[in-house]
Write a protein that binds this ligand. Structure first.
Ligand code: SIN
Length: 275
């Protein structure tokens, strides 16, 4: 791909690129949006520095890429239901994204992508790690690829969100959380590349297999797909932004900075049914 409206520098050959030459705090041109779309499909996660986003500008940025998603468990700040606060400090009992996951993959139509902006970061630590589901798929043997091709897996939000709520003391007895069955191998709608679409956070079992068969296969796929060779690790600075494609990466937030403060906001863009 060649880009003329943005500068794109890959961070690893398989996943991740730094994007410069663009100001996300102002409305974007159609060409910038098209090129960001292309870069996201090509590199799976994009990193930006020195972007001081307001809540309004953050939402406007997300809306360039689709309708905004509202989180099924965590309410946004007053007047901003589409904003997901990401915050940890010395009082925190848990953080968002402590396990490898693709955001809200328990939705029937899981989010296309997420844009995270952090205004406050610890002096060291608090990185986010991303793993390419496509690189993981590519590295499988042809026999394993054929075996996985027709399989589906169940993704559930129940255990994830009830654990969070129990830890922070949020009442959820009458809540019903999303649950969905998705293909284990997902084709990216833009690049047509295939990727593994299972993750340790939300995927509970492979449909149609016994408990033992499903456990063994999922354990293999979780280990395989999060190997360092398929990863990129982002070191945050104040006012950095990461924009990831939930259709082709999973990610994990590293909570190695307790009791320091790490704080910002995420907007999440609605997606479509995995195929
Ligand atoms: C998340 O969206 O899963 C949180 C990621 C992070 O805080 O680095």
């Amino acid at each position: 791909m060649s880009y003329s409206a943005i500068d794109v520098t890959p961070v690893t050959p398989r996943i991740g690129a730094e994007v410069s030459g663009i100001d996300l705090t102002n409305p974007l041109s159609n060409q910038q949006v098209d090129e960001l779309h292309q870069a996201l499909a090509e590199h799976q996660v994009l990193f930006f520095r020195d972007q001081k986003l307001t809540l309004e500008r953050h939402k406007a940025l997300g809306r360039h890429f689709g309708e905004l998603h509202i989180h099924p468990n965590t309410p946004g700040p007053e007047g901003h239901p589409e904003i997901l606060p990401i915050h940890a400090d010395g009082e925190s009992k848990r953080i968002a994204g402590e396990n490898w996951h693709s955001d809200v993959s328990c939705d029937i139509e899981p989010p296309l992508g997420s844009i995270l902006y952090l205004h406050t970061v610890p002096p060291v630590g608090g990185d986010t790690l991303f793993a390419s589901a496509q690189a993981a798929y590519d590295a499988l043997s042809p026999t394993m690829k054929t075996f996985l091709e027709g399989l589906t897996a169940t993704h559930s939000g129940d255990h994830v969100y009830r654990r969070t709520n129990a830890l922070i003391g949020r009442e959820d007895r009458n809540k019903v959380f999303p649950k969905a069955s998705h293909p284990v191998v997902r084709t990216h709608p833009v690049t047509r590349r295939k990727g593994l679409f299972v993750n340790r956070g939300f995927t509970t079992h492979i449909d149609g297999l016994t408990e033992a068969e499903s456990r063994a296969l999922l354990d293999f796929l979780f280990e395989h797909s999060t190997q360092p060779a398929f990863q990129v690790r982002f070191r945050w600075q104040p006012h950095s932004v990461a924009f990831w494609d939930n259709r082709s990466v999973q990610h994990i937030a590293m909570w190695d900075y307790f009791p320091q403060v790490r704080s910002g906001f995420r907007v999440t863009i609605k997606g479509d049914r995995p195929v």
